[in-house]
Design a protein. Sequence first.
Length: 268
Amino acid sequence: MNRKIHILGIVNLTDDSYFTPSRVQGADALLERVETMLREGADWIDLGACSTRPGAQPVGADEEWRRLEPALWAIRQAFPEAGISIDTYWASVAERAYDLIGPFMVNDISAGAYDAAMLPLVGRLGLPYIAMHLRGTPETMQTLTDYPKGVTAEVVRYFRAFAKRAAKAGVTDWILDPGFGFAKTVEQNWTLLRELDRLQVLQMPILVGVSRKSMIYKRFGITPEEALPATQVAHLLALQRGATWLRVHDVAEARRTVAVFNDGPLPF
């Protein structure tokens, strides 16, 4: 099969992300983690300077940039060829980052809904863009899980509408993220994963971010730290259903899963 799968390695510049080992504080720890991820096969490093997990409190664009600026500079100096993705929904943060390091990829959990300036900025700068499905805000989204026509149908509807907004703003290079864990119950997340192939009707690359998330650890009554084996099973299912991007905490393990997938049909 040998389908090209892109690995996006998660690096959090926060002190409240749900998986503690993903958090880095200080330049040495940051560069060590980035070096390890690149060595293990990450195609991109996804930097987050504000936790966007459900229930998290926003810190604001200025504080996000204060955390992000030295990290971006350090990575670009140490690893000039590394692909950088920035997990932000603030257009001002994206613009400052572009002025500092040049082109990068924007990973926006709101698909442009939280900041009206984001899509026009991305279109003007010609940046690749990850658009995620959600409803509400991090504080309210967990109550917004009613999908009368089914969660997968809602995600398809959402991205059909987003495609029109993106085209109007000149955003052509974008990736579809179904938003696992955002405004969805555990059961809805697993339904969406099983039905992921239905999103191929949108004819866009599909990114899956399920690494160590609550849809895994809550289902099995374990902790995020214990969720790696089940995460890899979910990654394999996602690849079988058409995903071409994986956003992960554990790059080496994800690369092994990709290798298993690309070796051909499995005996089960």
